[in-house]
Structures are given as C-alpha cells and as structure tokens.
Design a protein around this ligand. Structure first.
Ligand code: T1G
Length: 667
C-alpha cells in the first residue's frame, strides 16, 4: 500500500507531503509515513532543512477520530512529534486550511511555522470531550503563554493566522498560493541557524490570575463537562515549574481518563452524527441542486425576521412580505436591532450590518415574491391561512421555485396538496430565535422532490444550520418527543410533584431548563384558546389568571424585575385545587420516576419515530435534541444516552409506569 506521505527534494530542502483526503487526519499510516520521512531527512547529509505540508483543502485536521476506541497502532502521535522536534535540522510546518488538534501539535513540534493568510490553528479536542493529548497542553503555553493556551484548549475555537503570529505561534504569514515556495525559501534561510527553537525546552510563566479568571468566566459554559477542568489542570502543570516530561506524563494520564469516559464517547458520537445528518438516504450526494439566489419570506414576526437574517448574513437577498405597514416596519426594525446587538458584542462590524440590510427588500406587495427561488412562509399556526397562502404562491411563483413552510407541527402534505406542485413543497422548521438556533428540521413531504430536499439540506449548511430530515408527523421529530415530556410533567404535577422538583431533575441532568421553566420562557399562553372561563387543566388555570410566564412576571414561577424565578405559593394553591378537583391520589414522587416518565418516554417516542421512518437514523434524533432543545452534549443526545443507560433499563422503567414500549427498544 502506498504511503499517504511522500517526500520531495527541493535542493537541500526535503518537503514532506501528506495527501490523505478529506482532511489529512493523522491516521496510523500517516504517522508511520511522517516518522519515516523525518528519519530520512535526518539521515540524509544532503538535507539541510525539512518542510511539512499537506495536499488538499487543509493541513492535518487532527488525530483520526475514527481510530479512537480501537487498539493503538505505533508509532503514537506523541512519539512522531518528539522525533520531529528532536531532529537536528530545522523542520518548518507550512500550514493552510485548519491546523487542528494533533495537526496543531505537529506544528508545535516543528521548529518553525509559516501559514497562509487564511489559515486557522486550533485545539478543538475539548469539543470531543478530550484535551490535546500529544504534548499540546505543554508546548502551547510555552510558546503562546498561559492565557491564550487556556482560551484555545478550554474553548476549542481556532484562531486566525494573524492572531497566531501576534502570539508567536506563527513565524511568518505568506500568500495562499505561494505557501510551498515560501516555506522552502524560509527553510533555506534558517537552515544553518542554531540553536533550534524547541518548544519543549521553553518555559511557561505561571499566571494564576488568568487561570482563576478563566475558570470563573466560563463556569456556566463548562458546567457538567469533564474535559475543560482537565485541560486547565494540564495548562497549570505546564506553568508550575514541572519539567516538560512531567507535564506530558500528566497530560497523558488526563487524556486517557477522558478517552475512556462516557462524555468523550458521547461527543465523538455527535461529531459524526452531525456530519451523517447532512446525508439523505436514497439520494445521490451529487444530485443537481436548484440555484437559490433570492429568497422570499412571508411574515415579519419573530420567526420571519430571524429566518431572513440567516440568508442576509450569508449574502443572499431577501424579500420580506407583510400585510400591514406597521408590522413590516416593526419586523425590519427588529432585524436591524438584532444586528446592532451583534455589533455591540463585537461579533459583527457596522459595515456588515449595512451590507446585510442592503440585501433586504421589505414590501406589502405579495406579488414581489414571483421571482424568488425559495419562499418560506412564517405566519402563525393556522392550517387554513397556510393553505390560502400556498394556493396564492402556486399561481404566482415561477416554475422551479421551492415553496417552504416554517410550521412547527402542521401536516406539510396537506399544505402541499393546496398547490398544483406538491413536489416543490417542503417544511423548513426553524427554532426560535431563528437567527441563533442551529437546528433546522427539513420536513420531507410524501411528494417532495429529491432535488428540493437536497437543495434545502445544502442551503442549510450555507446559512450555518445543522439540518436534519424529518418525515410528516405531528410535531416532526423534536416537538413530537417534547410533547411526551410535557404531558408526563403535567401529570406528575397532579400526582404530587412540584414544578421546582421536576425542573430540577432536568437541570441536574444538564438541560438548560425544565418543562415549566421552558413553558414560562416560551409563554404559558402559547396555543391557549384565550377563553378564561373555559379551564380544563392547570396550564389553562394559570393562563386564565394572566400568568403567561416571564413576559407577565408570573407563570409556573413568580419573577422579579431581573427575571429571577421563585416558587409561587399561588401556583402551588392552583395545583392543589386541581389535585382535589381531579381526585388524584397524592404520593411522593422520586426523581428517578421523573426521569423515567419524562426522559425515557421521549426515548420511546424517538424509537417509534424511527420505526415509522419519520427520521432517517437514531443519531439524527440526537442531533435534533442537541441543536434544538439544549439536550446536554456530554450525554450524546436522547438515543445515544439511552444506549449508554441500557435499553433494558429504559424498557423496565417504561413498563414500570405502564407505557407501551417501542419494539426496537426491546432489541
Ligand atoms: N478524523 C476523522 N475524520 C475526520 C476528521 C478527523 N479528525 N475531521 C474530519 N473528518 C471527516 C468527517 O467526518 C467528514 O467525513 C469529512 O472528514 C469532512 O469533514 C491527539 C486527540 C476539519 C474543520 O476535532 O472540525 O487531534 O462525513 O464535513 O465542514 O490531541 O472536519 O465526509 O465521511 O467536517 O469542511 C481534533 C475535526 C481531533 C477537527 C473540516 N480535530 N474536524 O470541516 O468538513 S482529536 C478535530 C473538523 C486530536 C490530539 C487529539 C472539520 C474540519 P464524511 P467535514 P468541513
């Protein structure tokens, strides 16, 4: 088998090239090839310096994640990097694309690093529940200091080549197209320079204030995760006077502990699950897509405005339609306000806001949608209104236009049937706030054409969304499962649990909030029939009293001016009234019962959704809950979590409470 590593002599410079599509992952054969090439360069008297570079779209994007959990194959990455650093001739890393994880560590093992101006460098291991396990936690602070090392390894986001140069991580930035030539020239220039700068021989200055501040500033972000604390401990070890060897030994120990843990298994599962979700079973990956150059949005409310921002931010012109001028002005005003808020947070520049707003055409004229390639309807949830709109779009829009509904649970096939072109109709279920939430449920109707589905799935990536294909079923994937949780939560209230107890089980589990905190945020009056004289359950009793949630400073909780929630004696009284009214026997509800009835039932519903073919794969359901509902990342999503808990345990928990169990969970 030919090695993915080749060497090329450019005079007295040996260029070591990796060619391992798609992202030059540092698999066993790559490591073997690298070790052999370095040995070749060291041994060859005609070689004065070496350059390591990669073909394809990127420098090494890290260890091969697919190899994790399989028996280790020599040489290990740390030993390859140690060999690079120990070489008695300069080794220059020539970086393009993204030098990530083990790829960044290879670069840190080199004596010099040059990068193309668009390159990025980073240590994203923490996003896989790991830490840089090939010397990165020891070399990075020795070169770039404790503060930047904490940020890079603790948060996992890559930094630009310019920032890396300013931090001393990159020695020179060169043009995108001249990387190899400039690297060879650079290597030749420094070939005779000694001593060789080896990161392992540098020292990192302790910075306890930075460590303390980093821990404090990110406490909320790191809640529940194991990897950040381990990473910070390694950075501290690198700057507490320990030797490099002691630091690396500590790093290895921490790394192996995380690698063997459930959190990393969960986060690695999600890494591949998110990439898998983009694939549509039964449709060729190279199917011709429909061009989307102009998007129409119907409704300038919260959802319509947020949806429009996604396209504007991606440079795609949007025509937004409303019925009333004041509603239109309010909607476009909110869009600008949201953008300006991003400027205030330093996430956007003012000219970017103007560029985006320039692409927006607000109008009261529905016929302005005639030439759109995609029209997204985002009006309130009423089937007759939606069918009327799609009927008008059918006669108005050009042939080949994609007609999408942002409904969050209505029947997309019924909507499609109100047109003469159901093959062009699809659901695009955004999550609120639509300009922020990453999830997009793409609802495949019975007649939705393959190229329509594929076009929308590809478009999702363009607008920075994680898209998942869902079938037509009430509430699609996410909301259908959520309904199980909400239904059981309401029953548990009647039987003896309190909103606080139920919510605490969910927040302890790692959810951002529990069912009742979520109801108060979204609005207790959502879906309410608005008749205060007709009260059929606790929720309607609250709504009838104007307890609509945070917006009225009273819902299942009472809220002060800072929106801080406190348990409500009035709600406790209402609950007691309903317990009496429904003659529901009271009993002590355990936290475990709450888990079984509110989380296991969601897993069960997920299994039914799969059995009915309304989701392509279990991992898609995990992607939905992680990106749309804040399910804790370190558990991998409901279906992965259930497999870790054990299906037999889940089945037993469901049967204990008399639930009909999905067959697939019994397997
Ligand atoms: N290992 C194996 N496969 C990988 C991979 C990796 N590191 N990175 C990407 N792939 C696959 C991916 O599954 C997909 O496959 C294809 O490549 C394209 O990826 C010791 C422990 C580089 C920014 O965390 O962030 O080093 O679906 O769709 O959007 O300290 O991939 O086509 O079959 O994502 O252009 C650390 C992970 C590893 C970086 C490109 N490295 N990769 O994004 O393409 S741990 C990472 C990415 C480590 C050391 C430790 C991104 C990308 P398929 P893609 P993209």
């Amino acid at each position: 088998m030919t090695s993915p590593i080749r060497t090329e002599r450019h005079g007295d410079v040996l260029v070591i090239v990796s060619n391992t599509p798609p992202v030059n992952a540092l698999s066993a054969t790559v490591r073997q090839g690298l070790a052999a090439a370095i040995a070749e360069g060291v041994a060859d008297p005609g070689v004065a310096a070496m350059v390591i570079r990669c073909d394809g779209r990127t420098f090494f994007a890290g260890a091969d994640i697919k190899e994790f959990g399989t028996p280790p194959v020599e040489p290990s990455l740390p030993s390859v990097i140690d060999a690079i650093e120990a070489a008695d001739k300069p080794v220059v890393a020539a970086i393009h694309g993204t030098a990530l994880g083990g790829g960044c560590e290879v670069a840190l093992g080199c004596h010099y690093r040059i990068a193309a101006s668009s390159a990025k460098i980073g240590t994203p291991e923490v996003k896989l529940g790991l830490l840089p396990g090939a010397g990165g936690t020891q070399r990075l602070p020795r070169i770039a200091g404790v503060k930047l090392a904490l940020e890079m390894t603790g948060k996992g986001d890559p930094i630009t080549a310019a920032r890396a140069r300013d931090a001393g991580l990159i020695d020179m930035i060169v043009g995108q197209d001249s990387l190899e030539a400039d690297a060879i020239a650079f290597a030749r220039d420094i070939a005779a320079k000694r001593p060789l700068p080896r990161a392992s021989q540098k020292t990192a200055t302790a910075d306890p204030d930075a460590v303390a501040a980093f821990r404090k500033d990110n406490a909320r972000r790191f809640r529940g995760f194991d990897a950040p604390a381990a990473t910070i401990a390694c950075i501290e070890k690198a700057s507490d006077g320990s030797s490099f060897a002691e630091g690396v030994a500590f790093e290895r120990q921490q790394f192996l502990k995380l690698m063997g843990g459930t959190q990393s298994a969960a986060q690695r599962h999600l890494f591949f699950a998110e990439r898998q979700a983009a694939k549509i079973d039964g449709i060729a990956p190279n199917i011709a897509l429909r061009p989307i150059r102009h998007v129409g949005v119907i409704g300038a409310g919260t959802m319509g405005g947020g949806i429009s921002m996604n396209f504007l931010s991606a440079g795609i012109p949007v025509t937004i339609v409303e019925m009333q001028q004041d509603a239109l002005d309010r909607g476009t005003g909110v869009i600008r306000k949201n953008y300006e808020a991003s400027v205030a947070k330093g996430r956007l520049k003012p000219d970017q806001v103007e560029a985006a707003m320039h692409l927006l055409t607000p109008t009261l004229d529905f016929s302005a949608l005639a030439d759109c390639d995609l029209v997204i309807e985002a009006v309130y949830e009423n089937m007759d209104v939606k069918k009327e709109i799609f009927g008008r779009l059918d006669t108005l829009c050009k042939s080949g236009a994609i007609l999408a509904s942002n409904t969050s649970y209505l029947d997309v096939d019924e909507i499609a049937a109100s047109t003469g072109r159901p093959q062009d109709v699809v659901g695009m279920h955004f999550f609120s706030p639509a300009n922020v939430m990453k999830l997009l449920e793409v609802v495949r109707g019975e007649k939705t054409a393959d190229d329509v589905l594929a076009t929308v799935m590809a478009l999702a990536k363009t607008i920075g969304k994680v898209a998942v294909v869902a079938g037509v079923t009430f509430g699609f994937i996410g909301n259908r499962m959520l309904r199980q949780r909400q239904t059981e939560a309401a029953k548990l209230l009647l039987e003896g649990a309190s909103p606080e107890q139920i919510d605490k089980v969910h927040t302890d589990f790692g959810m951002p909030m529990g069912p009742f905190q979520m109801a108060d945020l979204a609005g207790v009056d959502i879906g309410w029939h608005r008749d205060p004289t007709r009260i059929e359950n606790i929720r309607e009793a609250l709504a009838a009293e104007g307890r609509w949630g945070q917006k009225t400073k009273a819902g299942f909780y009472d809220y002060d001016d800072t929106r801080k929630a406190t348990p409500s004696p009035r709600v406790a009284a209402i609950i007691d009234e309903w317990r009496a009214k429904t003659a529901t026997p009271q009993r002590t509800i355990t936290d475990q019962e709450i888990v079984e009835r509110t989380l296991y039932t969601m897993v069960n519903e997920g299994a039914l959704i799969l059995e009915e073919g309304k989701a392509q794969r279990a991992s898609d359901i995990d992607v939905v809950w992680i990106n749309g509902y804040g399910w804790p990342v370190y558990t991998g999503g409901p279906m992965f979590w259930a497999s870790m808990v054990g299906h037999s345990t889940v089945v037993a928990g469901l049967e204990k409470h008399g639930f009909a169990v999905a067959n697939s969970l019994r397997k």
